[in-house]
Design a protein around this ligand. Structure first.
Ligand code: SAM
Length: 224
């Protein structure tokens, strides 16, 4: 539908998280599953960092490229999958995934992210987390609707990050509800939008209401 930022908390939360990180013009940053490239553009414009944005979806790549062209930002936009991304080991100082890991094979993606980070590099993720053990019917509903293989708790995420080799893992709960997004919404509408997408959007909002207080997003910060 051309939603500019598709993660809970929006660009304001992204700005807040990066404020505490030591980013310089020399930093190499990878935005995994960049969508339309809103965060990648911000990191390049605000910090002057060397940013690579990648996504598996060709429409997202097209939109991200047109955004970088419009604002004349030197962001490299590459199509690929984070489960197998052919760049050299130890390329990046920071890797970011905003609402992406939940949708992929998590151990494979985390192995790739670990490999692509420099030693001492930082991985920052903003991911869907369940606060309670879900009834299996509820878990099935969420998995089916979003196409997930699992719905992880904070402990599950931390275990997975540890198993993938990450250290100094911190988990922070997002302060606002998943239904709030403090950033001004931004849309880069596609020329043709399947009318079925409106139904999907309504179903998504219904799920957020139904699982308010049960599903939250967590920010995971860790070091390679
Ligand atoms: C919920 S959107 C989040 C987009 C963006 N990070 C944001 O916050 O606006 C999830 C994104 O992950 C991308 N994605 C899904 N599977 C992927 C994979 N295996 N590798 C890279 N990107 C993937 C989708 O195409 C989509 O753009």
């Amino acid at each position: 539908m051309g939603v500019g930022g598709a993660h809970p908390g929006g660009l304001n939360l992204t700005k807040e998280i990066f404020y505490s990180e030591k980013i310089s013009r020399a930093s190499r940053i990878l935005d995994v599953g960049c969508g339309t490239g809103q965060t990648a553009a911000y990191l390049a414009a605000h910090y002057g960092a060397k940013v690579t944005a990648m996504d598996i979806n060709p429409i997202m790549i097209e939109k991200a490229k047109s955004r970088m062209m419009q604002y004349q930002l030197p962001v490299e936009v590459i199509r690929g999958s984070i489960e197998d991304f052919p760049l050299k080991d130890g390329t990046f100082d920071f890797i970011l995934s905003e609402s992406v890991l939940s949708f992929v094979n998590k151990p494979r993606a985390l192995k790739e992210i670990f490999r692509l980070l420099k030693s001492g590099g930082r991985f920052i993720a903003n991911e869907l987390t369940t606060n309670n053990k879900l009834l299996s019917s509820n878990e099935e509903e969420i998995k089916q609707f979003y196409g997930l293989d699992s719905v992880l708790s904070e402990t599950d995420w931390v275990d997975l990050l540890e198993q993938s080799g990450f250290k100094n893992i911190k988990a922070l709960i997002q302060k606002s509800s998943m239904l709030q997004n403090d950033s001004t919404p931004e849309f880069q509408h596609s020329e043709y939008m399947d009318p079925g997408l409106y139904t999907v959007m309504i179903q998504h909002l219904n799920i957020l209401v139904k699982y308010q207080g049960i599903l939250d997003n967590r920010i995971f910060l860790c070091t390679r």
